[in-house]
Write a protein of this length. Structure first.
Length: 31
């Protein structure tokens, strides 16, 4: 049996990347 871990993982990783990017952008804005 194959579980759809790939799709779930990709979704989670994408969300984390988006959140991390926003966090980095805010940090850069502060200086």
């Amino acid at each position: 049996k194959k579980f759809p871990w790939n799709s779930i993982g990709a979704q989670r990783v994408k969300n984390v990347c988006v959140a991390f990017r926003g966090y980095c952008e805010e940090k850069n804005r502060e200086g």
